[in-house]
Unconditional design. Structure first.
Length: 232
């Protein structure tokens, strides 16, 4: 196997995909499914609680069964918040609550993602997505049309380590076939200074910070769009 082929490691949320305005989507789902009118402010508050819970527990979604349990618990947190202001929702069962939550969460690819991934592979790089996510990430990438453009997906739930821990990056390097000199043969791009940049550097990998608002971080190579990505 060729061992000096370059590897591009890419973050998921905030780098390749975004979550389409979930508050209005949730309000619309609750109206359509249950006939309950919820303000976007209430939906936003409930989603904030759900997202915080998910962030704390995402790594428990290691396989199909545990992922289903995680989603059920997330829905319980979401509706537990909504129930306080909308008693009519208390009669909704857990299965319907989970279905409603999943329907409201719609991921979209960034406009610059597809071309950037395709260009990197055209240049000979192996592309590995490295993300703090449950094991459903590959399904998300398939739905948004990015899966055919990557060579592998590494999630914190599957590995048992979150960025910035080096273990998740080492797993991605192994998957890409980079077994020596990662500073030369690999780059990681992501939108988090504390997770992506710090984690890549701790793993001996060159780091690129994505700041879509155009801001810069002193001492960090920063790009405003994946279109600016020149690696390899």
């Amino acid at each position: 196997m060729q061992r000096d082929r370059p590897a591009l490691l890419v973050d998921g949320m905030g780098t390749l995909v975004s979550l389409a305005a979930p508050a209005p989507a949730l309000a619309a789902v609750l109206e359509r499914r249950f006939g309950v009118t919820v303000t976007e402010a209430d939906a936003r508050h409930a989603l904030g609680a759900e997202i915080a819970f998910y962030r704390a527990h995402m790594d428990s979604g290691r396989d199909a069964d545990s992922l289903a349990q995680l989603r059920r618990r997330c829905a319980q947190v979401l509706f537990g918040t909504l129930d306080q202001a909308h008693p009519a929702l208390t009669s909704v069962d857990d299965d319907a609550r989970t279905e409603a939550l999943l329907e409201a969460l719609r991921f979209e690819p960034y406009d610059d993602a597809r071309e950037a991934l395709a260009t990197a592979r055209t240049k000979g790089a192996r592309v590995i997505v490295v993300s703090n996510w449950d094991v459903s990430l590959l399904e998300v990438l398939e739905r948004v049309g990015l899966a055919p453009l990557v060579d592998g997906v590494v999630t914190s739930a599957a590995v048992g380590a979150r960025k910035p821990e080096p273990a998740i990056f080492h797993h991605a390097l192994a998957l890409a076939g980079v077994d020596h000199d990662p500073a030369r043969h690999a780059r990681h791009v992501g939108d988090s200074l504390s997770e992506d940049v710090a984690g890549a550097r701790a793993s001996g990998i060159g780091a690129l910070l994505l700041r879509r608002d155009g801001s810069r971080e002193p001492g960090v190579e920063t790009i405003a769009s994946l279109a600016e990505l020149s690696w390899p």
